[in-house]
Design a protein around this ligand. Structure first.
Ligand code: ADE
Length: 224
């Protein structure tokens, strides 16, 4: 998978890809990340990327021209499956959307700033909008990092144990069950006996029940 990220603040986005699972995925050539600084696509002498909004009102708007130049250049080099715009007024990100995007080959992610982008960018270029939640960040970069992380870990070969993404919370519409590791008795706080029994069928049943119980308690909306 190839991800092209269009941003005015590439430095804000670099570190998540320099550590841990995302770095390993890049090192294994399972994904490549390419940053494009919008300021490299400006025509004005002082690299302007935003301007006052027509009709008046507080807040600057990202101009269409640098974004058009950048997206058009990328599209002339390869086909893209999705051009995603990170914005708080988009549909809320979910495991289902992450699963869907993880099957794509080439995607562009555009990070918004200020009051957002000129609406014509959204009308002409964007195929999917994503919000990471009902709160406003200073820009789309951290939201893009969340989307990239959730998507990349689903690409086959990225996680060591293939089954571990399938047993994540939300994959079956439930939260994941409780987990325990050694020691089995710590200060008298014991691990549920069944998990030590070696009885795989009973353990699976216990996990299923625990997942349902947790979901009922914490996220009843998931069961509706
Ligand atoms: N940009 C600013 N806030 C955002 C959010 N909640 N989701 C995605 N992009 C954003």
């Amino acid at each position: 998978m190839r991800i092209d990220i269009i941003t005015v603040l590439p430095e804000l986005l670099k570190s998540p890809f320099e550590a841990s699972i995302l770095k390993r995925a890049i090192d294994k050539n399972l994904v490549s990340i390419h940053f494009h600084n919008l300021r490299d696509y400006t025509t004005s002498s002082y690299n302007q990327i935003d301007d006052y909004q027509f009709g008046g009102g507080a807040g600057m708007v990202m101009m269409i021209e640098p974004i058009d130049k950048c997206i058009t250049k990328l599209k002339s080099e390869r086909d893209y499956d999705d051009v995603i715009y990170m914005t708080p007024d988009g549909p809320t990100f979910s495991q289902g959307i992450a699963n869907h995007i993880s099957l794509k080959k080439n995607i562009i992610i555009l990070c918004g700033h200020y009051k957002g982008v000129d609406q014509r960018v959204r009308d002409q270029f964007i195929t999917r909008e994503i919000s990471v939640g009902d709160y406003v960040l200073s820009g789309g970069e951290l939201a893009a990092a969340i989307v990239c992380d959730a998507v990349i870990r689903l690409i086959p070969g990225v996680l060591g144990n293939e089954t571990s993404a399938l047993t994540d919370s939300f994959q079956d519409g439930l939260l994941a069950p409780s987990v325990y590791t050694r020691p089995s008795d710590y200060k008298g706080w014991k691990v549920p006996e069944i998990l030590l029994s070696g009885h795989l069928k009973k353990i699976d049943e216990w996990r299923e029940e625990d997942a349902i119980k947790r979901t009922e308690e914490r996220r009843p909306d998931l069961l509706e």
